[in-house]
Write a protein that binds this ligand. Sequence first.
Ligand code: PGA
Ligand code: ZN
Length: 404
Amino acid sequence: MAKIEAARGRIIEDSRGEKTIEIDLLSRGREFKSSVPSGKSRGKFEAKPIAPEKALESLERVMRVAGKKNFETQREFDDFLINLDGTPDKSSLGANLILALSISFARLAAAEENLPLYEFLRRQSAGASSSFPRLLFNLINGGVHVSASDSPLPFQEYLAVPKTSSPEAALKTGFEFIETLKGVLAPRGEADRFGDEGGFVVSGLDPELGLELLDEARRVYGDRVDLSIDAAASSLWDARESVYKWRSQTWTGEELLKIYEWIIKRYGLLSIEDPFDEERMEEWETLSRERRGVWIIGDDLTATNVERMKKAAQARAANGVIIKPNQIGTVSETIAAVNLARQFDWKVVVSHRSGETDDDFIADLAYGIGADGLKSGSPLQGERLVKYKRLVQIEKSLKQEVNK
Ligand code: PGA
Ligand code: ZN
């Protein structure tokens, strides 16, 4: 049973230098801190954050009621927040405030039970395995994560994914691979510009170029990484003209499909995230039907929302899902989304947002629920690295347990 004695909130800056909130919950002389990220290529089905100043005002409203209560479980606390908010998209208290409170509460409840956070989360998740996620490093940034004056590539993320299930080995491979990639980009004069998630910026209009460069680095480094993309195609979709569009380039859904078929074959892709717009499930279905071995992952499509996930499963649109706690707003709803994904036999990739903080909650979440992947940008940026390092720390602590 957890009793919140007091709460404090403040405004901090995220990795983009934008304002976000940090919350402490206080209980029995201890404080449980958390802060929340924000996305730029946000899907229309996501829960809605509110201005940080307003969110801090909401905190007072929450504490007037919460300060008098005891909460038995995470679910009970999250339901209390959901009911107090009373809107379908959490826009009254703010999805940012609700998530910060929910995560701080998870830390508090784990401490009450004397459990590591990942173990507390595992116990709420149905049938979680105890393996580590693969690490998906976003090494070439494009799309809306790069300033338009740098003429970024059309797809938002070009990723390298070390072929190991050990976070420590994966992180080492990641850093070595980044050095090799630098060597490939330097002669192009493109080894020193970075996008929002700490990956390199390459200019151009050809969506395949990012993969070509990663593949060139892979030929030098050795075949120890898989390649993936996040097309973030909702950002490319132009509903008025019914085409996908990036600066002077346009593609029909069929043309994009052809590009995906080609790059899957050529680079042996592990995964493609958001290949089409979030409302065009019939296009998704065509790709998923033909490419069963590739992870076809919904992000804007599914929005960590069980209703959206059911729709996508019914349309056979995807075989994997991105899990972002701030798309839905509470820890229990995030875990409910994971449990549903498991029922569908989908791959589960836990993810950060493009505007991040030093909070490493998603690392405990990814390990706790037995995710297939953790996607947290390039390890060159501090706010991303803390997530990867937390997994390495968990891995080391488990080895020590075994050796005791
Ligand atoms: P976002 O992008 O955090 O800017 O929405 C991340 C993603 O699309 O995976
Ligand atoms: Zn995405």
